[in-house]
Design a protein around this ligand. Structure first.
Ligand code: NOJ
Length: 571
C-alpha cells in the first residue's frame, strides 16, 4: 500500500513441486534446469514469487521433505550452480525465491542423526528425542515393542507408532511422520542455532524467504505425555501448537530480519491459536497457512474418513479467518498445494472445469491475504484416476493403507480405492501438463508418476492460446489484484451467509468498495442482494464467463449460471 507495507502482502506466490514440474534430462524426474526453461512462463503469468518445494540433499522418502543435507542440492534436481542460475533468472524478472525449510525433522540419513544413533553419548544425541522403550524381541523384523511398551502412546500421522526402536543403543526415537524422518529437539539450544545458521546460509545466497514446513509442531508438550485416546491417538492434536512454538518462532523471525518472508505451515490451527503467532512486526511470521477450509470434507476417526459439508460452513470458516486476523497477522490463501487433491475435482466440478476453476480463483484473489497457487492450478488441472495400489507413489497414502491392512481395518486397496482416489496427495503430484505431446511435454523419459490422461485437452499450450481459458483468467485475476489494493487490504463483509449456493461479500478500503458474487454450485442459482448494495452504480471489474452484459448479474433477481463469478466496483 505504501513503502512501509511488506512486499509479500501484495504478492502472488506460485508453488513449484520440482519433481513434477519439468524434466530437462529425460530421467523422468523434474529438475532445476527444467524449471529454468519455464521462468518466462511464470513471468507471463504474472506471479511475484516462487515457493520451491525442497531441493536439498535427501533420500527422497518423502520427496525431499526428509532432508539429509541442508546445504546441498539433490543430485536428481541438479547442482548448486543450477540453483544459483535459477535464483538469478527469477530475480532478473523481478520474481522472488522462497525456499521450503523443513526444520521440524530431518532424514535419518542426516549426519546429525547418523552420529546420534551411534551412541547415547553422541554430541548429537540431544538433537532428537531418544527414550527408553521395550527392548528388541529378537526376531529382527524391526517391529518389536507394542504400544504399551513404547515411551508414550503417540501414533505417527501416517499410521503406526510414533516411536521406532533402535537396537544400536537400545532406545526409541520419535518421528511424527515416516520412521525415516526423525523429530528435531528444539529444546536444545544447539539445534536452534544450527537451524538458524541454515536459514542464514540460504539468505547469504540471495533467497527472499522461507516456507516453514509443519512449523507448529516444533515444540513438544513437556514430558511427552500420553495422548488422549478420545482424540484418536493420532498424536497430531497432542503435538501441534506446543508450549514454546511462539517463542521459537519469534527468535527465528527476529534473527532473519524484516524483509524476509516467513510462511508458516500450521496444521490444526484455530483463529484463536493463530493469535499466539502474531505479535510485534519484527518477530512475526509473515504469512500463516491454516487448514480449516481444506478440512471441511474430513470426518473424524479413520484417516481420510470423508464428511459431507455445505457451502454455509465454508463461508463461516472463511469469514472467521478474514475477520480474525485483522489486528495483525496475515493469511495465506490457497486451495491447492502438493498435499491437497486438485480443487476443481474436490470443491468445483470437473463437468464445469473452466467455470469452476475460475470461480475458485475469483474467491482466492478477492480475499484478504496472499494467494498461493500450485503448479497446474492455473490450467484447471484435475485429479487423475489411480486404478492400482502400484500406481500410488505418495508415501503417506502407501503407509496409511499398509498400516490399515496390517491392523485389520481394511482388506486392501480395492476396499478403499474411491477414498484414495479422492484424497491421495498424488492427485497434486502428477506431471505438469505443458502440451499435448508425449508425456504432456513433461519428460522425454518415463515419468516417475503416472500422468493424468486428460493432458491432450488440458495443457499449458492450449490454455495460453485460448482467450477464455483458466490460464487467461488467472492472469487477469493476478493483474486485477495488483491494480486494486482494496482486494488486498479491504475489510471483508459476508453477504447472505445461509444462501446454499451463493458466495458473496464486499471488500471495503477507505471509500472504495468492491462486491464479489459467485455461484458456488453446478446449478443455476438466483439471489437478491441486500438493498444496501447500490445496484445502479456498479462497474464490472472482472467476470469469469461470456455474459454479454456482466452487470446484469447484479441486477435485481439475477440468475447465475453454474460457477459464474463477477467482481464489481460499488460507489
Ligand atoms: C508437510 C508437507 O507439506 C508434507 O508434504 C510433508 O510430508 C510433511 N510436512 C512432512 O514434512
Amino acid at each position: 500500500m505504501d513503502e512501509t507495507t511488506p512486499w509479500w502482502t501484495e504478492a502472488t506466490v506460485y508453488q513449484i513441486y520440482p519433481r513434477s514440474f519439468n524434466d530437462s534430462d529425460g530421467d523422468g524426474v523434474g529438475d532445476i534446469p527444467g524449471i529454468i526453461e519455464k521462468v518466462d512462463y511464470l513471468d507471463d503469468l504474472g506471479v511475484d514469487a516462487v515457493w520451491l518445494s525442497p531441493v536439498y540433499g535427501s533420500p527422497q522418502v518423502d520427496n525431499g521433505y526428509d532432508v539429509s543435507d541442508y546445504r546441498a542440492i539433490a543430485d536428481e534436481y541438479g547442482t548448486m550452480a543450477d540453483w544459483e542460475r535459477l535464483r538469478s533468472e527469477l530475480h532478473d524478472r523481478g520474481i522472488r525465491l522462497i525456499m521450503d525449510l523443513v526444520i521440524n525433522h530431518t532424514s535419518v540419513e542426516h549426519e546429525w542423526f547418523v552420529d546420534a544413533r551411534q551412541s547415547a553419548d553422541s554430541d548429537y544425541r540431544e538433537y532428537y528425542f531418544w527414550r527408553s522403550g521395550e527392548t528388541d524381541d529378537g526376531n529382527g523384523d524391526g517391529d518389536d515393542a507394542d504400544d504399551s511398551s513404547r515411551p508414550n502412546n503417540w501414533r505417527a500421522l501416517w499410521g503406526g507408532p510414533a516411536w521406532t526402536y533402535d537396537d544400536v543403543t537400545d532406545e526409541c526415537y520419535l518421528h511424527l511422520f515416516h520412521d525415516r524422518q526423525a523429530e528435531l529437539n528444539w529444546e536444545n539450544e544447539a539445534v536452534k542455532e544450527e537451524l538458524f545458521e541454515v536459514a542464514e546460509w540460504w539468505l547469504d545466497r540471495g533467497v527472499d524467504g522461507f516456507r516453514l514446513d509443519s512449523i507448529n509442531l516444533i515444540s513438544k508438550p513437556d514430558g511427552l505425555p500420553d495422548a488422549d485416546p478420545e482424540e484418536g491417538l493420532t498424536g497430531l492434536h497432542e503435538v501441534v501448537n506446543g508450549p514454546r512454538v511462539d517463542e521459537y518462532l519469534r527468535a527465528f523471525c527476529r534473527r532473519l530480519g524484516d524483509d524476509v518472508v516467513t510462511i508458516g505451515e500450521m496444521p490444526d490451527l484455530s483463529v484463536e491459536e493463530a493469535r499466539r503467532y502474531v505479535g510485534d512486526e519484527d518477530e512475526n511470521l509473515s504469512i500463516l497457512l491454516s487448514f480449516e477450509h481444506v478440512e471441511l470434507d474430513r470426518g473424524t476417526g479413520a484417516r481420510w474418513a470423508p464428511r459431507d459439508w455445505e457451502l454455509p460452513e465454508l463461508k463461516r470458516v472463511v469469514e472467521r479467518w478474514q475477520e480474525g486476523l485483522t489486528d495483525g497477522g496475515w493469511q495465506g490463501l490457497y486451495f491447492n498445494n502438493h498435499d491437497q487433491p486438485r480443487a476443481v475435482s474436490r470443491l468445483g466440478d470437473e463437468e464445469h472445469r473452466r467455470a469452476s476453476a475460475t470461480a475458485l480463483a475469483t474467491l482466492l484473489f478477492t480475499l484478504r491475504g496472499t494467494p498461493l497457487l500450485f503448479q497446474g492450478e492455473e490450467l484447471g488441472m484435475t485429479n487423475p484416476r489411480f486404478e492400482r495400489f502400484g500406481e500410488i507413489r505418495d508415501v503417506a497414502t502407501r503407509l496409511s493403507v499398509e498400516h490399515a491392512v496390517e491392523e485389520g481395518n481394511v482388506s486392501g486397496f480395492d476396499e478403499v480405492s474411491e477414498l484414495i482416489n479422492d484424497r491421495t496427495r498424488d492427485n497434486a503430484r502428477t506431471p505438469m501438463q505443458w502440451s499435448a505431446a508425449a508425456n504432456a511435454g513433461f519428460t522425454d523419459g518415463e515419468p516417475w508418476i503416472k500422468l493424468n490422461d486428460d493432458y491432450e485437452r488440458v495443457n499449458a499450450e492450449r490454455e495460453r492460446n485460448d482467450p477464455n481459458s483458466v490460464w487467461q483468467n488467472y492472469r487477469r485475476l493476478i493483474e486485477l489484484r495488483d491494480e486494486h489494493p482494496v482486494l488486498v487490504y479491504g475489510e471483508f463483509d459476508l453477504l447472505l451467509p445461509e444462501h446454499p449456493e451463493l458466495f458473496s461479500y464486499t471488500r471495503t478500503l477507505d471509500d472504495e468498495r468492491v462486491l464479489v458474487v459467485l455461484n458456488f454450485s453446478s446449478e443455476t442459482s438466483t439471489f437478491e442482494l441486500p438493498d444496501a448494495i447500490a445496484f445502479d452504480a456498479v462497474e464490472t471489474l472482472y467476470h469469469n464467463g461470456s455474459r454479454s452484459d456482466p452487470r446484469s448479474l447484479v441486477e435485481a433477481d439475477a440468475t447465475l449460471r453454474p460457477w459464474e463469478a463477477g467482481v464489481y466496483r460499488l460507489s
